[in-house]
Structure formats: C-alpha cells, structure tokens
Design a protein around this ligand. Structure first.
Ligand code: NAD
Length: 281
C-alpha cells in the first residue's frame, strides 16, 4: 500500500539485474511511493536487456555504469542530475560480486587478483560513488544512501568466502563516509543487512538452499523477503528516518540476535535419536 513517503524525491537505483534482484523490488516500491528514478547497472548487465522492462514500468532512464570506473560514475551522476533538473535525494547501492566464488576457489585458496576485483566491485565502489557525489555536490541536504550487506561481515559463514571481508569493508565505508557526509550536508549513510534471498548473486553461494532454510529456522519472524527489504529501504529514503546514520541495520527477522530456536533444537534432537538408532542397528 502506498503512503506517498517519497513524493517529490529523486533517486538512483544501482543493481537491478532481473525481477528477483533486491534493487528491482526496491525500484518498484520507490516508484509506488512517488519517487522519480534513474536506474543503473554494469554495461554487461544492460546487455541482458531485462532492466529496460523495469525502466518502462517505473518511467526511468537506464544509464550504464561500471562501479569500478570513476568516469562512468561521474557521467551517471551528471546525467542523473540533468534528468532530475537538480540534486539527488537518495541512492541504493545494491552491487556485489565475488570472483573467487564464481571460479570455485575456497577462502583458504584465495586468488588475490580476484579478491582485489571483488573488493573493488563490492566495497570500494561505495567509496567511489560517495566521493564522486561529494566532489560534484550531487546529493541534496538530508539525502539518504543505503548499501546492502550480509551478516557474514560479523559472523563466519564459511562458503560466503571473501565476500565476508568485502561486506565488512562496505559497512566500514558506510560508517566512515557517513561521518563526513553527515557533518558536511546532513546526508545519512546506512547499510541494510538482509536475510539470505534467492537472487542471482545470492544463489551463487555454495549450499545456498540449506543456508536459506537454516536462517528461516533460526529467525523468530522467518526470513525477510525481497519485497519486505524494499519496504524497509523506502523508510530509510523517507523523511521519517532523518536521524538514522552510520548504522548497520539488520533486516533479518531476528536472526542476528538469536542464539538458537526451539525448531533447531528439536531438529538436532531428532537427528541424534536417528543417529543412535543407526548406531544400535
Ligand atoms: N541475495 C541475498 O541473499 C543477499 C543477502 C544480503 C545482501 N545481499 C546483497 O544485496 C546486493 C544485491 O544483490 P542481489 O541479491 O539482489 O543479487 P543481483 O545479482 O540481482 O544483484 C547484484 C548486482 O550487482 C551488479 N554488478 C556486479 N558488478 C557490477 C559492476 N562492476 N558495476 C555495476 N554493477 C555491478 C550486477 O549486475 C547485479 O545487478 C548485493 O550487494 C548483495 O551482496 C544479497
């Protein structure tokens, strides 16, 4: 249900690849709430063509930009400001890619060239974006920037691989730049730490389905969906959360603060009983 929370606001959404993408769902919700949008993704992702459907649905231009390329980011911000006829009120950074995961290399066997690329795409890109916007004075006073992250930044999920390090760096950049942008222009910068969600990036992680069902059982409210993530991000772009900045905000149905749940205990007990039976037999 729309509440007109973003009426009159102008924002850029990074990272809508297909309809499963967290960015795709967020663009739809922002539009529903009255925002004007620009969509962007890497040139290679634009070639898939899916994003143009979203562009039509939310009446937004699609501008290609590789987040590892400062000239691309600058051009994107310039073209967006021209399109909006002024500064940008909100930005969603929904970008991530692990080269080692893609190439099947374990954390103990990292290729450092791949790792540098992962950090450049998934973490430093936030700094590059914020710094370019800072230099161009592209974000309006009380603007809001959100980047998406995962709890592997705080706790070990072995198959999340070097993305865990990438997310830790991403969250740190949000905090550090959040300080400077807050002092300078009252711009707030936060990360949203989302439940595992079936998207192209998410599904690349080894054993992802088991991951999703474990998190489901370990969350008092269950896993947060992509649509619910979009709802939450809308509130962070709205004027209702003006004093929230430099935070890593868990959007995970309570997973992050749960030690164990009855469901998991019961499952462990069942498998122990099963194990004893097997041993006795
Ligand atoms: N799916 C999950 O389980 C989950 C959970 C927590 C956080 N996240 C985070 O949410 C964000 C969005 O991921 P998603 O799950 O929607 O998957 P997704 O695959 O739909 O989105 C990832 C996006 O990153 C873009 N991208 C990759 N390299 C790029 C580059 N060089 N320049 C510009 N864009 C580039 C891709 O084109 C894609 O659109 C990521 O940061 C991801 O780590 C995902």
């Amino acid at each position: 249900m729309p509440y007109n929370l973003l009426q009159g606001k102008k924002g850029i959404i990074f990272g809508a690849l297909d309809e499963k993408s967290l960015a795709w769902k967020t663009a739809l919700r922002c539009y529903e709430e009255g925002a004007q949008l620009v969509l962007t993704n890497a040139p290679v992702a634009l070639r898939m063509g899916e994003i143009n459907k979203l562009g039509e649905a939310v009446h937004a231009p699609v501008i290609g930009a590789d987040v590892t390329n400062t000239d691309d980011v600058k051009k994107l911000l310039e073209e967006s400001m021209r399109h909006f006829g002024g500064q940008i009120d909100f930005i969603l950074h929904s970008v991530g890619m692990s080269l080692n995961v893609r190439k099947g290399r374990a954390y103990t066997e990292l290729d450092y060239g791949f790792t540098q690329k992962t950090l450049d795409i998934s973490s430093l890109s936030l700094h590059r974006l914020l710094r370019t916007a800072w230099d161009m004075d592209a974000i309006s006073e009380w603007g809001s920037v959100v980047a998406l992250t995962y709890i592997a930044a705080q706790r070990v999920f072995p198959d999340y691989n070097e993305m865990a390090d990438a997310k830790a760096l991403l969250e740190s950049i949000a905090r550090s730049f959040g300080y400077h942008f807050g002092v300078k222009k009252k711009v707030r910068i936060n990360t949203v730490s989302q439940s595992p969600t079936r998207t192209t990036a998410g599904s690349g992680v080894k054993g992802f389905d088991a991951f999703v069902s474990y998190a489901e059982k370990m969350s008092p409210l269950g896993n947060a969906t992509a649509d619910q993530c979009a709802d939450y991000i809308v509130t962070l772009f709205s004027d209702l959360t003006r004093m929230v900045t430099m935070q890593n905000l868990f959007h995970d149905g309570g997973f992050s603060f749960t030690g164990v749940t009855q469901q998991v205990v019961e499952q462990m007990m069942q498998s122990e009983v099963g194990g004893e039976e097997v041993q006795e037999g």
